[in-house]
Design a protein around this ligand. Structure first.
Ligand code: CA
Length: 224
């Protein structure tokens, strides 16, 4: 059964989420704070984490950054009342795969959960890619520079794979949204830009991109 860890301090919201997700056939774990989330993550490997930002013992995005730097690859959806762009970008930048703002529609949340899990389970073909000094192996899901392993989120893998399949062609933001998120109006182009920016930081050797290029006003291309 697909297990979801809900990290949310408001009991009513946490239980509402849990009830709805279990009704949809998921099995859920509940954490009321980050300490409890850490404890549970040492014991279980959920398929996805729903993570609140404002928690009694800290900020969800900050803790997510720590989890990612410790190698946690579990997909994460941020659930937050904050809808300020800076908070959303900070959360995506910390390694979130997606976000929803409260009050959220439960159907939309479930659609996003399913999409993120589908992306994380998607196994691409045994293709390899060399980007400068960076070696990408899609089947082994590894990205390595000469001196270190680089960790990509599920969403970054999907975007990189889509760009690699269409190398040297320009993909519009809408094409990327449709391929990655499936439903056009569930995502906006700003989020695509954040994911691409984060991916670029990981796979480009320096600050002047030579491979993952922006085509101004249109989209992106992987020039190989
Ligand atoms: Ca909260």
């Amino acid at each position: 059964m697909t297990e979801i860890l809900i990290v949310e301090d408001e009991t009513v919201i946490r239980e509402l989420l849990s009830d709805n997700l279990e009704f949809e056939g998921f099995s859920t774990y509940q954490a009321a704070d980050l300490a409890m989330a850490d404890q549970l993550l040492s014991e279980i490997s959920p398929s996805l984490i729903l993570l609140d930002l404002n928690l009694p013992d800290g900020n969800g995005a900050d803790r997510l950054k720590t989890w990612r730097s410790n190698g946690l690859q579990t997909p994460v959806i941020i659930c937050t009342v904050r809808d300020r762009e800076i908070d959303i970008i900070k959360a995506l930048d910390a390694g979130a795969d997606d976000y929803v703002t409260k009050p959220f529609r439960i159907r939309e949340l479930i659609a996003r959960i399913k999409a993120v899990i589908r992306r994380s389970e998607h196994k691409p073909g045994g293709d390899k890619l060399q980007i400068g000094q960076i070696a990408v192996n899609f089947s082994a899901r590894t990205v390595a520079s000469p001196d270190s392993q680089i960790s990509l989120t599920a969403t970054e893998w999907q975007i990189l794979e889509y760009l690699a399949e269409n190398r040297n062609q320009v993909l519009s933001r809408d094409q990327i949204i449709e391929r990655i998120w499936g439903i056009n109006d569930l995502e906006d182009s700003r989020a695509v830009d954040v994911h691409i920016g984060r991916l670029r930081k990981k796979i480009e050797a320096d600050n002047r991109p030579s491979t993952l290029l922006t085509v101004r006003g249109f989209g992106y291309t992987l020039k190989l």
